[in-house]
Design a protein around this ligand. Structure first.
Ligand code: HEC
Ligand code: HEC
Length: 484
């Protein structure tokens, strides 16, 4: 009896000690792996460039692993090595920043990196090869190649050198890790990252036998359609090609009530913003709905930069304006009866692939996706054409049409058979006269992606409005379009 009395409190003390230890380990584990730190960004413009849209939880990579990947695996980057590191993928990296524009760094236990809207919706241009590169938030990215980025990550993870030893050695050249961090990176973070990246590569194998996206383009909805946690459709039963040019996000106020996306699949800006974040890897529970609301407000009255060369010839532009009123304004002018509406594909005649990628079933599944949340989707629809958009900032939206198949406005104003059949996209030096980027010649070939209009989804036919006008009239139209 006495013995038992004696033993009892002792084992209770052990139990208490174990519980305290267990709680401490859990607390440290939580702190090291899951605590969320605010980002402290200064204002909405900084948030647009570097802020988290909630993708780090699900698809974020450990910052330090991400940071050293290009040094450890330069052989998996595209290009001839002239652009070192992530620049080889066409990202824009501002001096002194820890990440390129469009990449957010956020601590959730450990520093992680995710992408945000600016990864795709940020334009750059130069007025000459040696001129300073201008960065335009909300413009359509011309140089970033998201598909090459995905492939780089997948190839790195599949490389036998993707090991804790190799990566930790490279990381410790850049930063100092505590012994606990080293342990976590070695046994948890690096192996989990490798598995996650291999899984992601597996999820994109359907892209292997479809035409390349190339810089400035993505297939925007097939990744969402085929994601097992999103619309869960089967890529084996769907061989559509949705390759489409990135759109600008400036002056969104002007599009109030208009159909959004190239095919007008939704007319609610709020839904398009939230579904954009989900497409990029955010999940309902990590979606920063309030910050994304502020972003939406920011985009509403953001103005595109003016045409950067000598101011357009006023007299000619005035003549062009009259021609625009006559031939284009019904679809593209602010008062146009068809502006912001879907023009049937049978009428506009441009490539059908992007349109067919989005199906009635996809719209139905997206509308059913977030039923249990205070926000919801119910404006997704299936359409039969492409939207006639306002042409604000049209000079910086090259190459043109939904698939980016026509390099300049001048070419768009010619019959399809006279438009370039092959050209290079992704070189961001602007042509001083042609209303489009330089898309041919040695430099464009060296820095650009060879765009072949004969590939499925890349067709440059259709939209032959204005092509019958005499050369002087087409030149005047171009002069006017520079002012928009
Ligand atoms: C990986 C590249 C990428 C990222 C990241 C991205 N977008 Fe987009 N976005 C696109 C492309 C491409 C389109 C055109 C898609 C289509 O309809 O074919 C588009 C279209 C849009 C449109 C429609 C514009 C219009 O005029 O109709 C809006 C609005 C938009 N995106 C907002 C966002 C927001 C907000 C984010 C971040 C939460 C975001 N996007 C992230 C590539 C991207
Ligand atoms: C009947 C309606 C209609 C008329 C008239 C029309 N367009 Fe369009 N326009 C469209 C549609 C629809 C698209 C999108 C087609 C696509 O991307 O497949 C478009 C796209 C464009 C684009 C490319 C936009 C971008 O961001 O890539 C430009 C530039 C353009 N139109 C200029 C003009 C000019 C200039 C005229 C007059 C000569 C004109 N359009 C007449 C309906 C029209």
């Amino acid at each position: 009896m006495a013995r038992k009395d004696h033993a009892h409190p002792k084992s209770r003390r052990w139990l208490a000690l174990l519980l305290v230890l267990g709680a401490a380990v859990a607390a440290i584990g939580w702190y090291e792996l899951f605590r969320e730190e605010p980002q402290n960004l200064d204002g909405v413009e900084a948030y647009y460039r570097y802020g988290s849209i909630g993708t780090e939880q699900e698809e974020g990579l450990p910052y330090w692993v991400w940071r050293v990947l290009p040094e450890v695996f330069p052989q998996h980057l595209p290009g001839d090595g002239e652009d070192a590191g992530y620049a080889a993928l066409g990202v824009v990296w501002e001096e002194g920043e820890p990440t390129p524009v469009g990449f957010s760094r956020k601590t959730i236990g450990f520093p992680r990196i995710g992408i945000n809207c600016a990864a795709c919706h940020t334009a750059t241009y130069r007025t000459a090869p040696e001129a300073e590169r201008r960065i335009v938030p909300a413009g359509p990215h011309q140089t970033f190649d998201p598909q090459a980025y995905l492939r780089f990550l997948g190839d790195a993870a599949a490389d036998p050198d993707f090991t804790a030893d190799t990566l930790l050695a490279a990381i410790e050249e850049e930063t100092e890790l505590s012994w606990l961090d080293r342990l976590l990176y070695r046994f948890l973070i690096i192996p989990r990252t490798r598995d996650g990246l291999l899984e992601q590569a597996e999820r994109f194998t359907w892209t292997d036998d479809r035409p390349r996206w190339g810089p400035g383009r993505i297939d925007p909805f097939n990744p969402v359609k085929f994601h097992p946690d999103l619309l869960a459709l089967d890529p084996a039963e769907d061989d559509t090609i949705g390759n489409s040019d990135i759109m600008p996000l400036w002056a969104m106020d002007e599009q109030e009530g208009y159909a959004l996306h190239w095919d007008g699949l939704n007319d609610s800006l709020t839904e398009v913003v939230l579904s954009g974040a989900i497409g990029d890897g955010a999940r309902p529970d990590s979606l920063p709905v309030e910050s994304l609301g502020e972003l939406e407000t920011y985009l509403r009255d953001l103005a595109p930069p003016p045409y950067p060369f000598d101011s357009p010839d006023r007299q000619m532009a005035a003549r062009g304006e009259a021609l625009f009123e006559e031939h284009c304004a019904s679809c593209h002018g602010p008062e146009g009866g068809c502006t912001g509406t879907v023009i049937p594909q049978s009428e506009v005649g441009t490539d059908r692939h992007r349109l067919e990628m989005w199906t009635a079933e996809s719209a139905e599944r997206y509308n059913a996706y977030a039923e249990d949340y205070p926000w919801d989707f119910d404006a997704f629809v299936k359409t039969d054409g492409y939207v006639a958009k306002p042409l604000t900032g049209i000079w910086l939206r090259a190459p043109y049409l939904h698939n980016g198949s026509v390099p300049t406005v001048e070419d768009l104003l010619r019959p399809a058979e006279e438009r370039p059949a092959v050209f290079y996209r992704g070189y961001d030096v602007y042509h001083p006269e042609r209303l489009g980027f330089i898309h041919a010649g040695e430099e464009a070939e060296r820095h650009g992606f060879r765009y072949d209009t004969a590939e499925p989804g890349n067709g440059n036919q259709g939209h032959e409005y204005g092509t019958e006008l005499p050369t002087e009239d087409r030149d005047a139209l171009v002069e006017y379009l520079k002012t928009l």
